[in-house]
Design a protein. Sequence first.
Length: 401
Amino acid sequence: MRNTLLIEATDPDLHTVRWLAFDAGGATPEGVRAGRLEEAAALAAGRRVLLLVPATELLLTQARVPSRNRQRILKAVPFALEEQLAGNLDELHFALGPVRGEDHPVAVVARARMDAWLETCAAAGLQPDVLLPEVLALPLEEGQWTLLLRQEQAAVRTGALEGFGCERANLPLLLRQWREQEVPPLRVLGDPAPELAQAGFELREAEPRDPLLVMADRLADGPPLNLLQGRYSRSEQFSRLWRPWRATAALLVAGLVLDIVYLGIDYHRLGQEQARLEVATVELFRQALPGATRMVNPRAQLQQRLAALERGAGGGQAGFLALLGQAGSVLRGTGGLELQGANFRDGTLDLELTVANLQVLDQLKQQLAQAGGLVVEIQSATADADQRVKSRLRIAGGTGS
């Protein structure tokens, strides 16, 4: 019973319980404790939860079905037991024991009771792995029955998968009528049973230990029957919880797939765009630097080339940017001036421009020479029909103003 939480229901509604926790070293030092289900649930983490339910809430019987297929047996059992049961078969839950021969052990319990137990456990934060009739947790030895007595309740185990629960006051009468056979000696757990001794039943020496400790020893090899079958199995409970969300999950998965597809398309498109830009960069690099044999860092190489052009040729005269910067302020201040083109070569800047008249052109030449300290030469000047003058100026760096 390592890593197990054994819980015993002391009332049919699980209002109060007794429990015993086990870990890798055996039973916890606290031993058997009693209290609310929520207190027991606090110890469930990392442990297999086995809940013992009262024998008075169910029927242990046998059904004869000539089959060894478990699914077929489960379908046939309700009809095989129909004459023994009162009420609607659809309102009952049938749990099958180990399949041996044609007589199959069956536990029958109301679905309403199963639902109530599981809802109470869920409200307490507990999800049991096994629901076992308490009577089947009692030890059983050949030639005797085992009896568990509480203040008002009794449970009797009569066989490997047989037994019953009843009100304690009715126990002597039920024992006498049990299958019209002689009752073997009774091994008593729990409270003393003076009324049974007075009624003439043979009692074996009572077990001194707490009944829950005795049942824990009996369950060391595993429970003989689990009520959590069929619609109450773990897989079916998960399926019922999952079913309302399947459509939503399908839409979510479809959305994720579409997102992945779109991302793939974008990635492919961006890859093609990157390849195109790389080709365009190489072409522009070769156009800008026709003499370069290798393209390592285009930006740095172009900046180096531009710096060399700025330094220009001609014994330290101003480069292109320097000339353009010196002339720019004068050009901006000349009204009616239109700049058609510029060309820089061998340290000189040629400007093609249009001004209002020859007087403006002459003033522009003087201002460039005075303000920028530049050498200015009018290469050509032609007046059109509107008396506007198209001119070509050559500007070179001077010695400063």
